[in-house]
Design a binder for this molecule. Structure first.
Ligand code: NAD
Length: 292
């Protein structure tokens, strides 16, 4: 049976290290990292995410601001708010919660954020910095996946990594991070041929597809590490439950280590957002980033 990769526990530990780093920055440099989160509209899931982000930001000792705008907010007004946050010296991280209402051009808004405050890592400048091996703010969920993989495997050098999914928010950035860790990286997607055969080559599988329980145990090389990013709500036995993109029951029998859903990658995302905010604050103030 595979070792269970406890993302919830890892994220708790990371948040404790972030809190210690924040306390040190306050004491030694009078610097309190601050995160501004912008929510446009009333999407219930987004409201929960934003509330959790704000709560955890405060818990690690950072400043937190929530900007809640009505769904009918004009694009120009949102861009003006982003501009004010870009120029506000106490704000080190800016996150505009996706999805935005349809009348707003999301790419335009994301690219209006100062790249040095882009703690979501979605700005083209950060994507470019990542893919050219420069210091970058990197998307949070991919950062969390690689932290968990390194925690269980140590060095990733030379491993065959297969990433299933090529989205801008997970698949592509996680592939870039794994390349930077010296993995041999294959990116599979909806048009890939013989997906089970591709996955069977992998020492490390990252599944970011959004299809419940798609990856089966007989696709997994015995002993491989499986990081399941998927969060899918399904009905089973009359209950609504969350499942990943991997069929946990069959994969855990073959894998060496596997993340559960929930409690695997999910809790890492906000912890990595806080991590990025500390890094951004230190870079802006030209202070050495503490170990976290
Ligand atoms: P997306 O829909 O943007 O991308 C899915 C990718 O999967 C696409 O690149 C597509 O080519 C690929 N794909 C679709 N069907 C496929 C198939 N049959 N075979 C192979 N590849 C296929 O999704 P996303 O935003 O990357 O999210 C993926 C999953 O991760 C979702 O379940 C999402 O909820 C979850 N997610 C979790 C977190 C978190 O844990 N915090 C964050 C982001 C996304």
């Amino acid at each position: 049976m595979a070792k269970l990769i406890d993302g919830k526990a890892y994220a708790e530990g990371l948040r404790a290290r972030i809190a210690a780093a924040v306390a040190g920055l306050k004491k030694e440099h009078g610097l309190t990292p601050g995160l501004a989160v912008v929510l446009v509209g009333e999407d219930p899931a987004s409201k929960v995410y934003v509330a959790n982000k704000a709560k955890q930001t405060v818990e690690v000792g950072m400043n937190s601001w929530e900007h809640k705008l009505p769904a009918e907010t004009a694009e120009a007004d949102l861009l003006a708010l982003v501009g004010r946050l870009n120029n506000d010296p106490v704000v080190h991280g800016i996150l505009v919660q996706m999805p935005l209402p349809k009348h707003i051009d999301s790419a335009k808004v994301l690219n209006a954020i100062n790249p040095d405050k882009d703690v979501d890592g979605f700005h083209v400048v950060n994507v470019g910095r990542l893919s050219t091996g420069q210091e970058a703010l990197v998307a949070c969920t991919p950062t969390g996946c690689v932290m968990l993989a390194k925690d269980v495997l140590g060095k990733l050098d030379g491993l065959n990594a297969v990433v299933i999914g090529r989205s801008n928010i997970v698949g592509k950035p996680v592939a870039q991070l794994l390349l930077a860790e010296n993995c041999t990286v294959t990116i599979a997607h909806s048009k890939s041929k013989d997906l089970p055969g591709i996955v069977r080559q992998a020492d490390l599988v990252i599944a970011a597809v959004g299809r419940p329980e798609m990856v089966k145990g007989d696709w997994i090389k015995p002993g491989a590490t499986v990081i399941d990013v998927g969060i899918n709500r399904i009905a089973r036995d009359g209950k609504n439950i969350l499942v990943g993109d991997c069929d946990f029951a069959s994969c855990e029998k073959v894998a060496g280590a596997i993340t559960p859903v929930p409690g695997g990658v999910g809790p890492m995302t906000i912890a990595c957002l806080l991590y990025n905010t500390v890094r951004a604050a230190c870079a802006i103030h030209k202070v050495k980033t503490p170990a976290m």
